[in-house]
Design a protein around this ligand. Structure first.
Ligand code: 3NM
Ligand code: MG
Length: 530
């Protein structure tokens, strides 16, 4: 008679690494403390240990795991697993094939496989794996990597290959309590397939307080899983033009009431006018770029804008975004001119692989370049031609792929959360005749994101809800775009505006006079559903 497979909770999967223990920390003590902290599955990984010692370590580890009702797997060594009665094994791409492992192990053995590509995942499914360990999500010091870093953005396609199967997935490689939520949030397929858990070595094992380290991680995974992101983590079905106008109006009041601090790492062409636009809306700009101050600032700000128009501050942007994610502040990414040089292209990838953007904003050429689409070309920072044939589907797909709100600017602006698409048709030709109007859209969006987040924060404890950013960022992005485009219409209509030179100060004036009423009367909004 075959026993059923143990039910496994993959939420927090500890992979051991004795060589990483802090000095004076006993391995078994560390293991037990990590179980007390909430580890739900253990893999014993010993790469350079003699068989006899490995067996003894695995035996004693199993006794400890049993006390906490946590299953135990053995890395690679079927003989050890059999010898001490493990619940299963974890095998790598160059280890014994699954079929052979299966034939040697009891029927109810759990078998997991390391997968570094979509092809690996498909093969593991065919071969009957119970779970896959996918990654590396980030680079790691723990193991000499033999395949390139997949990155959080690469995990979605691997998860998609599990659609319709019962195969579970954990991600591995450089996962820490500081990036765990980013990993969970970002590792989602375009079909909505999410991770079952996170596999961690050093963040737990190298900690002098493994219980605390495990607790932090377990809390994040639990919060994420108990409040699963609606398909794309944002509410849907409630949007109508009237609803959006109401909400945007409320955000205008909220900005003026709270005056959030908006950190902007932006380009030298537009710094002053962006700061003035922020002030006009009722918020406070801080145009800080030094990497050394990002951690402190991230605690105080309401939102971060990362605009790489003159791209001198990549290190600052990397750090600012990491800390913004850690502190769950919205990040608006404006990849100005990303199609115009290889350096910008790789920088955009580096940034998006390091932190999770809340909103990505660009013109058709920029977003085409980000999406690897040949449909629209750029010339410097400007987009060439008339744009996408099907902008509605383009922005929806990019939003799904990047797990963020996408804003496509142009004569008409499109905003999507991956579910619905909002088309906005305000604006004035003068916006195309001054520099930095696109950059100011980014500033306005960041300002509205800060207000949108504030709107939903009641108490600090609510921050434990497993969302990377609270608040409806689709509404915020719509608000930011409308703020600038509606204001541009009022500015252009003024008698004292004679051309683009007099238009810019008038635009700042009108941002200052923007009201819910003006949005209600002027905003041109259409909503498309998927
Ligand atoms: N496998 P840490 S990365 C054991 O990519 C292992 O297949 C990996 O350690 C893979 O959590 C890795 O300390 C080590 O970064 C992960
Ligand atoms: Mg191996």
């Amino acid at each position: 008679m075959t026993r059923p497979k143990p039910t496994i909770d993959y939420s927090l999967y500890l992979v051991t690494g004795r060589e990483l223990l802090p000095q004076c920390k006993d391995y078994f003590e560390s293991l037990e403390e990590s179980l007390q902290g909430g580890v739900t599955l253990v893999q014993i990984r010993e790469k350079n240990t003699e068989t006899g010692e490995f067996l003894e370590i695995a035996r004693r580890s199993k006794e400890i795991c049993r006390k906490y009702n946590v299953p135990i797997l053995i890395n690679d060594r079927i003989d050890i697993a059999l010898g001490m009665g493990a619940d299963g094994v974890h095998i790598g791409q160059t280890d014994m094939p699954i079929a052979v492992a299966r034939s040697l192990l009891p029927d109810n053995a759990v078998i997991g496989v390391t997968c570094n590509t979509v092809e690996h995942v498909k093969q593991a499914v065919k071969d009957g794996a119970d779970y896959v360990g996918i990654g590396p999500a980030w680079t790691t010091q723990t193991k000499k990597l033999t395949s390139p870093v997949v990155g959080v953005r690469g995990l979605g396609d691997m998860l998609k290959a599990l659609d319709g199967t019962n195969v579970k997935a954990v991600s591995i490689g450089g996962i820490k309590s500081t990036n765990a939520l980013h990993c969970l949030h970002g590792a989602v397929s375009t079909t909505g397939h999410t991770l079952d858990g996170l596999a961690v070595v050093s963040d737990i094992v190298a900690s002098p307080e493994p219980k605390v380290a495990a607790e932090k991680l377990a809390t994040i995974v639990r919060a994420f899983k108990s409040n699963p992101p609606s398909r794309f983590s944002l509410p849907s079905g409630i949007y109508s033009p009237e609803y959006l106008k109401d909400r945007v109006g409320a955000l205008i009041s909220s900005i003026r009431e709270h005056g959030p601090l908006i950190q902007q790492i932006t380009n030298t062409v537009v710094t002053t006018q962006s700061a003035n636009a922020t002030l006009a809306l009722g918020a406070s700009p801080i145009m800080a770029t030094a990497p050394q101050e990002m951690e402190d600032l991230s605690k105080a700000i309401g939102a971060l804008l990362a605009n790489f128009g003159t791209i001198a501050d990549l290190d600052g942007m990397l750090l600012a975004g990491r800390h913004a994610n850690i502190n769950r502040k919205p990040i608006v990414f404006d990849p100005v001119g990303v199609g115009s040089s290889r350096y910008r292209r790789t920088s955009a990838d580096t940034l998006l692989n390091t932190w999770q953007a809340t909103v990505i904003k660009g013109n058709a050429g920029e977003l085409a370049s980000l999406a690897n689409s040949q449909e629209v070309q750029s010339k410097g920072v400007d987009s060439v031609g008339t744009g996408f044939k099907d902008p509605v589907n383009f922005v929806r797909d990019l939003a799904r792929k990047e797990r963020s709100i996408v804003v496509l600017t142009g004569v008409q602006d499109y905003v999507s959360n991956g579910e619905i698409v909002v088309r906005l048709s305000n604006g004035h030709p003068y916006l195309g005749e001054i520099t930095g109007s696109g950059c100011m859209v980014g500033t306005c969006v960041a300002t509205f994101c800060a207000a949108g987040r504030l709107d939903e924060i009641g108490s600090e404890s609510q921050l434990e809800d497993g969302k990377l950013v609270r608040g409806d960022m689709l509404v915020a992005a719509v608000g930011g775009v409308l703020a600038l485009t509606v204001s541009s219409e009022y500015a252009a209509a003024r008698e004292d505006v004679k051309g683009s030179g007099t238009f810019l100060p008038a635009l700042i004036d009108e941002l200052g006079k923007l009201s819910a009423q003006k949005i209600g009367e002027t905003a041109k909004i259409e909503v498309f559903r998927g």
